[in-house]
Design a protein around this ligand. Structure first.
Ligand SMILES: [Zn+2]
Ligand SMILES: [Zn+2]
Length: 183
């Protein structure tokens, strides 16, 4: 155990903090201390909360990360306003920490590669070939090459829309951190 953590735990044992009002545990570490997020609550088990617990709680509140919705950012028992810092999360960090988006990106990438490879191979195969694929009467004639090129373009256009959707999901995220109040 690092010396700084030992000192921290020693101080903690001299000034008991009760339990975290979120996870109900009393254990704390130097990286995840029990802090006072509000000063109004007096009950021994309602005063302190883990830094990580209160951060998770505040970030999970509905619309809590919207700057227009600061009403949520207070203690629901004593009404004391939380002191909060906001951090703009880089879109790559959001992507990396969201498994559903990572799967989506991997799937999209593979799909794009397969589509491009398959269409390129077909186009190469039919490069000197004007054979009609379908001919229904004088009006409907579909040529193999044109059909493949069209599907390729359509597929890539749809992928572009999907990539944009993923990008929109990733950018503009804000992470909130509750700052401990000095007693
Ligand atoms: Zn906790
Ligand atoms: Zn409170």
């Amino acid at each position: 155990m690092p010396a700084s953590e030992e000192v921290h735990l020693l101080i903690n044992s001299l000034t008991p903090k009760g339990r975290c009002w979120c996870c109900w545990e009393s254990h704390e570490t130097a990286n995840d201390p029990l802090i006072r997020a509000c000063l109004g609550c007096r009950d021994i088990d309602l005063q302190y909360v883990h830094q990580s617990c209160v951060n998770r709680y505040i970030n999970a509140l509905p619309s809590a990360t919207l700057t227009t919705n600061r009403a949520y950012r207070h203690c629901t028992r004593c009404g004391d306003q939380y002191t909060i810092t906001e951090r703009q999360v880089p879109w790559l960090e959001t992507l990396w920490s969201t498994p559903s988006l990572v799967y989506r990106v991997v799937g999209l990438f593979l799909y794009t590669v397969v589509l491009t490879a398959a269409c390129s191979m077909l186009l190469y195969r039919y490069r000197n070939n004007d054979i009609l694929l379908l001919e229904w009467g004088p009006y409907l004639k579909i040529y193999v090459r044109e059909l493949i090129a069209f599907l390729l373009l359509l597929g890539h256009f749809l992928h572009l829309v999907e990539w944009q959707f993923v990008y929109r999901q990733c950018r503009g995220n804000v992470e909130l951190k509750v700052i401990a109040k000095k007693i």
